[in-house]
Design a protein around this ligand. Structure first.
Ligand code: PEP
Length: 249
């Protein structure tokens, strides 16, 4: 197997966190300084906290990401934020196509692709999420579903891209696929990426996301072609987030 990329553990805080949450970030920063330098670490707070978190994290091991962006640079899009705006306040990455945005905001693969392209235009890493529903898994349609999402939402170039495989039914449910099932999907994604661009496709990180906890992190992170985690609920507590990152210690 070719050399796999350096792992990344990213926390998706979703719509959680107030200015007082800076103390949790400070605990993450302090704990991260004691971990071996074998993993990259990112926190994606709500957009309201990006600027202050980026300031607090400057010079530390933690980088700050955003959870969504609009595809345009600027314009009449009330309430939206462009990738350039996120970069301007200190984000280095943005999650695009999270299943909550696909399901609750009607985001299509084509929209997700535009957002991923916007991220690269602004100089941000795009963390592009794909994943099957429970019904699709039960119908044996997982691989076909992920392939369709990749066909529809991958940007034209793979540089500056991270893929997150997040089974919809595993998010926030406490359920996870078996390591074999995770390995099957990650292996397929790796092959797909390599078929698009051999060099960039071998170096693209493929994260697993969906109910990653300190208790299951080591097992999930040891699966071939798993290059880290996208962590929701467990990323809100410094101790849990750091314990997950320590799977790479
Ligand atoms: C997520 O929403 O990206 C996620 C992985 O959530 P959780 O870890 O809470 O399942």
């Amino acid at each position: 197997m070719a050399q796999e990329p350096r792992p990344l553990v990213a926390g998706n805080w979703k719509m959680n966190g107030l200015t007082a949450s800076r103390s949790e970030l400070e605990a993450i920063i302090a704990g991260a300084a004691t971990l071996p330098d074998t993993v990259d670490l990112m926190v994606c707070p709500p957009a309201t906290l990006i600027a202050s978190f980026a300031e607090a994290a400057a010079g530390s091991r933690i980088v700050i990401g955003a959870q969504d962006c609009h595809a345009a640079v600027s314009g009449a899009f009330t309430g939206d934020l462009s990738a350039e705006m996120l970069k301007d306040v200190g984000a280095v990455a943005v999650i695009v196509g999270h299943s909550e945005r696909r399901a609750l905001h009607g985001e299509t693969d084509a929209m997700v692709r535009e957002k991923a392209m916007a991220a690269r235009r602004a100089g941000l890493t795009a963390i592009l999420c794909v994943g099957e529903t429970r019904d699709e898994r039960d119908a044996g349609a997982t691989i076909a579903r992920i392939e369709r999402q990749l066909d529809g939402s991958l940007p034209d170039r793979l540089d500056g891209l991270v893929i997150a495989y997040e089974p919809v039914w595993a998010i926030g449910s406490g359920l996870t696929p078996t390591p074999k099932d995770v390995g099957d999907v990650h292996g397929m994604i790796r092959n797909y990426l390599i078929s698009k661009d051999k060099a960039a496709g071998s170096g693209t990180r493929i994260l697993y996301g969906g109910s990653v906890k300190p208790q299951n992190a080591k097992e999930l992170m040891s699966v071939p072609h798993v290059n880290g985690a996208l962590v929701g609920g467990a990323s809100l507590k410094a101790d849990d987030f750091l314990a997950i990152a320590a799977a790479y210690a």
